[in-house]
Ligand binder design. Structure first.
Ligand code: SDX
Length: 428
């Protein structure tokens, strides 16, 4: 950390605050002592100028459209790595050796089964319950079954609960889908890969062998990699804040799932495909572009824009390429892809989007791929949550293992009534 200082002149007094440097990205002004020395708070709703923590997991350069996981560019990981390997990297900080990867994959594979009593939770939901409602409930309920891994002060407990969460998310998500279509749940098959096992539990039926199509398995694995982690986004910040109180990891991840569900965040993939289907044909694009630009119209281009990326989201570039790979492998065509390509082209050449630096984000193309593979739109955000669990868990571990971590407790700018006396009912 550098010894640079930031000077704040306030009320005729001068205050110095240390400026801390990271390995890359913006420096931060360390204001931890600001209230104590000035009696003033900073004010940053939405945290647009606030670093909430120190982290070594993921780095985003929004201006350049760069995303690194432990220093490795997302494009290289998506093309050359696997979701299991990226999960190991996020959790442990380095790419695994062959033996390390085998051991990690073996461990995860053997945690994929759910406590059999948890199957009964699904019976309590309506068949048309949104899968994210089920994910919130069932993941939170894991803390009722795995008491032997909820002591967050014990590194072994943290490790086991981390592995359980990563391993069981595919099973929970697949069961949510099966329940919605009235088909029987399939137990995990340990002979398959993490992603192949998920595809079989989702689309397989007891009556016949399920054949994992390699190109689909590869595309799904790539989609998981692209969603694994993303710095201090809203749902990750939710997990960190929940974890800072000492809540157990299952409850923290359930909180992250709830936050991810919002259409401004992880729910955008479902909303983006619904929007593209509503637009339908390219001739209707100009009308929707005008609606997106109209301040009086709440409509926004879903899958476009980002708090951090003011350039093309590198994940969207990989996603667009993956659409073509899946269409070719499955010999399918979906006219909505052509609509998406033309919408992107028109938007990127429109002054409104260029001035506001609005580019396609990770959610713009992902739904087209997932739909081609066979997922209903309601499953899209559940798949995002499945993949993001490793990021949430890695960020949670990083926070909990920091001896200096304290409970998160923001303050406020109070604009309510000053103190006043109670008025009895008969005098109002
Ligand atoms: C994810 O944080 C993460 O890293 C998230 C994520 C992850 O991996 O965890 O990357 C995943 O959530 C991706 C984002 C998915 N959401 C969407 O695609 C929903 C549509 N996008 C927007 O709602 C918006 O772009 C946000 C929420 C993503 C970002 O909002 P910001 O940073 O708060 O920006 P803003 O709302 O202040 O917008 C700035 C301007 C506004 O206009 P002005 O008030 O300045 O005139 O740009 C406009 C907005 O109206 N704008 C859009 C727009 N997004 C922003 N106008 C039309 N369409 C859009 N999509």
């Amino acid at each position: 950390m550098a010894d640079k200082q930031a000077k704040l002149e306030l009320g005729g007094e001068s205050h110095d605050f240390p400026v801390l440097e990271g390995t890359c990205g913006p420096d931060v002004v360390d204001i931890r002592k600001m209230y104590g020395t000035t009696g003033k708070f900073t004010y940053d709703p939405g945290y647009k100028s606030t670093a909430s923590c120190e982290s070594a997991l993921t780095y985003i350069d929004g201006q350049e459209g760069v995303l690194l996981h432990r220093g490795y560019p997302i494009g290289q990981l998506a093309e050359k790595s696997s979701f299991m390997e990226v999960s190991y990297l996020l959790l442990n900080g380095e790419l695994p050796s062959s033996d390390e990867l085998d051991d990690f994959t073996y461990t995860i594979t053997r945690h994929t089964m759910l406590h059999d009593q948890m199957r009964q939770f699904y019976q309590g939901f309506r068949r048309d319950a949104h899968p994210m409602a089920i994910m919130c409930g069932v993941v939170g309920a894991l803390s009722a079954f795995y008491h032997d891994s909820t002591d967050i002060s014990d590194p072994e407990h943290r490790k086991i609960s981390s592995h359980r969460l990563i391993a069981k998310m595919p099973t929970i998500a697949a069961m949510a889908y099966k329940y919605s279509v009235g088909q029987p749940f399939l137990y995990p098959d340990n002979s398959l890969s993490y992603t192949g096992n998920f595809l079989r539990m989702t689309f397989g039926v007891p009556a016949e062998e399920y054949e994992v199509i390699p190109e689909v398995e590869s595309a799904m694995d790539k989609i998981f990699i692209l969603h694994a982690d993303h710095e201090q986004n809203a749902s990750t910040s939710t997990v960190r804040l929940a974890g800072s109180s000492g809540a157990n990891p299952f409850a923290c991840i359930s909180a992250g799932i709830a936050c991810l569900w919002g259409p401004a965040h992880g729910g955008a993939n479902e909303a983006a495909l619904n929007m593209l289907r509503e637009i339908g044909t390219p001739d209707r694009i100009p009308h929707y572009i005008e609606r997106a630009k109209d301040k009086n119209d709440p409509f926004r281009l879903m899958g476009f824009g980002h708090r951090v990326y003011k350039n093309y989201d590198p994940r969207a570039a990989v996603m667009q390429k993956t659409v073509r790979e899946v269409f070719e492998a499955l010999n399918v065509k979906d006219p909505v892809f052509e609509t998406a390509l033309q919408l992107e082209e028109i938007a990127l050449n429109d002054d409104y989007f260029r001035e506001k630096k609005l580019f396609p984000n990770v959610d713009f193309y992902s739904g087209i791929i997932l739909s081609a593979i066979g997922f209903p739109t309601t499953m899209f955000t559940a798949l995002f949550a499945l993949a993001r669990t490793v990021g949430w868990v890695a960020q949670w571990n990083e926070m909990i293992s920091d001896p200096g971590q304290v409970i998160g407790r923001p303050r406020q700018l109070y604009t309510g009534p000053t103190q006043r006396d109670y008025v009895p009912l008969d005098q109002r």
